[in-house]
Design a protein around this ligand. Sequence first.
Ligand code: MSP
Length: 517
Amino acid sequence: MTAKKAFYITTPIYYVNDIPHIGHAYTTLACDVMARFKRMDGFDVMFLTGTDEHGQKVEKSAAAKGKDPLEFCDEVSMRFRELAKVMNFSNDDFIRTTEERHKIACQALWRKLEDSGNIYLDKYSGWYSVRDEAYYAENELTQGKGGEKLAPTGAPVEWVEEESYFFKLSAWEDKLLEWYEKLPETVLPKSRKNEVKSFVEGGLRDLSVSRTSFSWGVPVPGNDKHIMYVWIDALTNYLTAAGYPDVDCEKFQKFWPADIHMVGKDIVRFHGVYWPAFLMAAGIEPPKRVFAHGWWTNEGQKISKSLGNVIDPFEIVEEFGLDQVRYFLMREVPFGNDGDFSHTAMINRINSDLANDLGNLAQRSLSMIFKNCNGQIPETGVFTPEDEKILAQVDGLLSQVRELMDRQSINKSLEVIWKVVSDCNVYFAGQAPWALKTTDPQRMGTVLYITAEVVRQIGILISFIMPESSAKLLDQINIATDQRGFSQLGTPGRLVSGTVLDKPEGVFPRYIKADDK
Ligand code: MSP
C-alpha cells in the first residue's frame, strides 16, 4: 500500500488576553474546512490550533485580574477549546505555549540559531508596543491626539532600553527574496506576497529577540535573565507540534514543512518574513505556504473592544445555527478579502442559499419520492440529454472544487457547488415531475432519481463545510456511513433503485426572527 500524502495546516495561536471572537473563529474555521476537505480527499492530515500564552501583554492582563499568569491562561485557553467544540472544529492537536514540549522546542531552536552564528548579544533601545508585541522604528510612528507616540496599528508604544539578543535578520534578505521568487505561491494572496517582498526589499534590520524586563516566557538557554521574544516563542509552536526537536521522528518527517500557515493579514510579516528567516537560519525548511486572509467588520464598522461591537461566535451559533454560521463565513467573502458581518447578509444566505436552493431541492424531490414511489428510489427509464447534462455537471464537481481548494478559494468552491444546485432547481422545475404522475410515471421516476442523485452528491460534497447537515441529508437517502466519501462521487456511488427512504424532513429551516415566529 502506498503511504497517504500528508497535509499539515495550522492556525495562528491565539493570545489569551482576549476571549475568542468571530475573527479567531473565522481563521480556525477556514483551516477546519481545508483539513476536512483534504482528509476526504485521501490525505493524512494534521490540523493544529492553540493558544499563545507568554509575553508581557498576558503578564499584564493576568496581573490586572489579580491572577497568577498560568491560572489566567488555563481559563482563557479553555474558552478556545470550547469554541473548537461548539464550532465542530476537527483539530488534531491543541498546543499551549506553556507546555513543556514547547519550551524544549523553543530552546532547541534558539541553540541552533546561536550555534550557527545567527544570534548575538547587544543592547536594544527603541520603541516597543506591548499590545502588538512588536518593535517599531521612529519613522513608522504617528502622533496621538494628546501628542503621544503611536504604532501604525494605533497601539501605544513605550521606549525600551535594555540588553538584548539579536537575530541577524539583515543577513537573510537575499535568501528571502529568492524564496519568494523561486516559489511564487509561498505567500498568498499575491497582494500579500508583494507586501512582504517590498518590506524585505526596503532593507531588513536585525531583530531584538529577547527581553529582560519581565519574566513570563521561555528563558534563553544559558542566560535565564533573558526571556525569548514572544514571536520566536509563538512561531515555534508549529515545529513543536510536529515533534521538533526530534527531526528524525515519523511525525516530523511526515508533516514538516507545513503545507499552510493560515493567518490574518495583520500578522503576515511575522509569518512571511521573520519565520522563514528563522527556519532557514536554523537549517530547517520553510513552510510551503502562508495564506493571509482578510478582516471582518461588524455592520460596516471595525471590530474592537472599545466600540463594544465584538461578535461572539458562541452567540451567533446559538442564534443562527452552527452549519448556517459555517456556511455564511465561508461563502460570503472571497477568501483573502475583507468582509462585513451583517444580520441581513446572514439571513439572506440562510433563507436563500440554504433553505430555498438546497433545502427545497432536497425536500421537494425526496418528499415526492416518499409519497409517489413507495418511499423507494425509483427505477429509471432512458436518460434524456437534460438528464445527462445535470448528471455530468454534478459528476464533474469534485475536480473543480479540488483545484479551487488547492488555492484556498473556499468561497468559489461553494459557488461552483451552488451553481449545480441552482441548475438542478431549473432542471426540476422544467421537467415538472408532479405533472407526470399519471401521464408518464416512469419519466417522473427518472426525473426524481436524477434529482435525488444530485442531492446525494451535493450532500457528500458539502460535508467539509457543513458536516452535520450533510450527515442529516445523507441519512434521509439511507446512504451508509462508509459510502459518504469522495470515492463515492460520480458513478461509483450512484443511487440504487429500490433503496428505501426515511420520511424526509427539512434539513435547512428558514430563519424567522424571534418576534415574527
Ligand atoms: N498570538 C498571535 C499569533 C501568533 S501565531 C504564531 C496573535 N494572536 S491574536 O489572538 O491576536 O490573533 C490574531 C488572529 O486572529 C489574526 O491573524 C486573524 O487570524 C484573527 N483575527 C482577529 N481579528 C480578526 C478580524 N476582525 N477578522 C478576521 N480575523 C481576525 O496575533
